[in-house]
Design a protein around this ligand. Structure first.
Ligand SMILES: Cc1cc2nc3c(=O)[nH]c(=O)nc-3n(C[C@H](O)[C@H](O)[C@H](O)COP(=O)(O)OP(=O)(O)OC[C@H]3O[C@@H](n4cnc5c(N)ncnc54)[C@H](O)[C@@H]3O)c2cc1C
Length: 549
């Protein structure tokens, strides 16, 4: 157990919202600690549809403030994290000309039960408004409407039932799990006295001190001035553990599957299809790292620690795809990975979970009884809007602690987006020349890590050793990550530092080899290594529908 550490802010939960706030406060010169019971970004932040989007569907519920903020934040992320946030051309298939206008008006005025189906006129109006909101710091082209013939030419397997299609741009994030880690590491870079702990358990509090059990049997005692509860769907259980019970979140569960489906990937040709499933819910299918990502469901949630994609959700996805793309075959055998998460939405009595607000808030519990510090709970929020949400909450924290903002995060590059070259080709050639790595290899690393590729290429040198069955990763790359990226368990590596699990490219042999590399750096003995392999294999099978061969 270390002695008592006095800090300005203790943040419980290192999903994107906790991480975003941590970075912002560190940039302002505060000393903070961020603690997660699992890995950084292992909760809901690892389970999104991977869109960095303005939230076109929130126009329907009249959440214009959220659309304005989200489109701005999308545009900022495209600039600040260009290594993993990229433009995404999107197609909305349309099945009628006029449908949906009365229902849309009722929804706009607060109805939570109006049936939904959106015709061409409504979608055209929505896309025009969306373009207008996206004008601030615009980086993406405006929308177009496609006639039926054009839509079927662009995406031939689309159902011939369509009458037209809308075409517009949003953005996608290739490695959200890595981006959370990068945001945390950027915070530490700005404030070296701050502390970030993953796999660390909240052990109790007397209202003044907060005890945390670290990942290596280490104990920490923090004396914070403010506590921030950024535990997403676990917010109420963390507040209860802090002695300040709440009922703030009533999350909904959402699942995704990834398919190994080359014909579908070819048909998508880089587009996302954002479509209405039979029940009027909006679903999506897009290419993600060479696989087809399909999502998502929206159901009342259960235990966030046991969430998984169930058989009926898989049937819903496959049925919706068969309707949308009747020219292609779909089966369970194509699934290489599945994941689920719980949206930490505000408590609501809406009949349809899809109509619960996706906006965020940060209610404050003042000190009470033996508890010396206030608790700010970060409720709701999109992945996309984390920076803006952090900026708002940081404003409250700074005012409370008598500090003023000294750095804006608006134009602050993140992780491998820092010093991003205007001409990647030249940068790649220069790094290849100085590290001895092949240009093609540097290009692949640059695509994955942005400018951090320089360090990894230097670590690999001229002879990267490919991982068994996953040749696009090298053994040195895994070693680099283990040494520099706060790896504690084997699943940190396969689920979050790399894309080996989500793309279904991990084999038994690959997993064993990764465990050997991690064991050498982390000092695991044979027993611990076998335990890590076993735990990871079970996690992948039970929670992610994977079968390692
Ligand atoms: C199906 C689905 C699709 C989505 N798609 C998108 C999308 O495409 N685009 C978008 O912008 N948004 C999307 N979202 C929303 C977005 O993912 C979430 O709003 C966001 O990730 C929430 O982040 P968070 O940091 O609040 O919560 P989380 O990421 O859940 O973080 C909370 C953290 O708290 C930790 N924790 C829990 N208990 C404790 C404790 N006792 N002590 C310490 N730590 C603890 C957890 O381990 C976890 O890491 C989607 C969400 C879902 C579920």
């Amino acid at each position: 157990m270390t002695g008592e550490t006095t800090i300005d802010v203790l943040i419980l939960g290192a999903g994107i919202n906790g991480a975003g706030l941590f970075r912002d406060l560190c940039e302002q010169g505060l000393t903070c600690a961020i603690v997660d019971k699992g890995d950084f970004g292992s909760g809901t932040s690892a389970a999104p549809s991977r869109l960095i989007h303005g939230g076109i569907k929130y126009l329907e519920t009249g959440e214009f403030r959220l659309v304005a903020q989200s489109t701005l934040e999308r545009n900022l992320l495209l600039r600040n994290a260009p290594h993993c946030v990229r433009p995404l051309p999107t197609v909305i298939p349309i099945f009628s000309w006029l449908k949906g206008i009365p229902a849309a008006i009722r929804t706009l005025f607060g109805s939570t039960t109006a049936p939904r189906s959106r015709g061409a006129l409504l979608i055209k109006a929505g896309l025009a408004i969306y373009d207008a909101y996206g004008a601030r710091n615009r980086v993406l082209p405006r929308h177009r409407m496609w006639g039926r013939a054009r839509a079927l030419r662009e995406i031939p397997p689309l159902t011939p039932r369509i009458v037209a299609a809308g075409h517009y741009y949003d953005a996608t994030v290739t490695h959200p799990e890595r981006l959370v880690l990068e945001v945390v590491l950027d915070g530490l870079r700005a404030s070296p006295r701050s502390i970030a702990l993953n796999h660390a358990r909240l052990d109790g509090t007397d209202g003044r001190l907060v005890r945390v059990a670290g990942p290596h049997g280490d104990g920490h005692v923090f004396h914070p001035r403010i506590v921030v509860n950024a535990a997403g769907p676990w917010i109420d259980s963390v507040n209860a553990a802090l002695g300040a019970p709440t009922e703030l979140v009533g999350g909904t569960k959402g699942s995704h599957i990834l398919l190994d489906h080359p014909d579908l990937i070819r048909a998508l040709n880089g587009h996302m299809i954002y479509f209405e499933a039979e029940d009027g819910r909006i679903c999506l299918v897009l290419e993600h790292l060479g696989r087809a990502l399909v999502g998502s469901t929206d159901r009342r949630a259960g235990d966030p620690d046991a969430v998984r994609c169930e058989d009926d959700e898989v049937a819903y996805f496959l049925g919706s795809l068969r309707d949308l793309l009747p020219g292609l075959g779909f089966s369970e055998a194509q699934i290489v990975h599945a994941y689920s998460g719980i949206r930490p939405l505000p408590n609501s009595d809406a009949a349809d979970p899809g109509l619960i607000s996706r906006d965020h808030s940060a209610p404050l519990a003042e000190p009470a009884g033996a508890r010396e510090w206030p608790i700010l709970s970060l409720v709701g929020g999109k992945w996309t809007t984390f920076r803006g949400f952090a900026e708002e909450v940081a404003g409250t924290v700074l005012a409370r602690l008598g500090h003023t903002r000294r750095v804006s995060t608006r134009a602050l590059a993140i992780g491998g987006g820092r010093d991003f070259p205007a001409e990647p080709g030249r940068w790649i050639r220069e790094v290849a020349a100085t590290t001895g790595a092949q240009e093609a290899r540097v290009a692949a690393l640059f695509d994955r890590y942005g400018t951090h590729a320089r360090d990894i290429a230097a670590h690999e040198g001229p002879g990267p050793v490919p991982l068994p069955d996953a040749q696009h990763y090298s053994e040195q790359e895994i070693d680099w990550s283990t040494k520099h990226e706060r790896v504690v368990h084997l699943d940190d590596l396969v689920l979050r530092r790399t894309d080996l699990a989500i793309t279904g490219r991990l084999t038994r042999r690959g997993l064993e080899r990764i465990a050997e590399i991690a064991a050498a750096t982390l000092g695991w003995d044979d027993h611990r290594r076998a335990q890590e392999v076993d735990m990871t294999r079970r996690l992948l099978e039970e929670r992610h529908r994977m079968r390692l061969i």
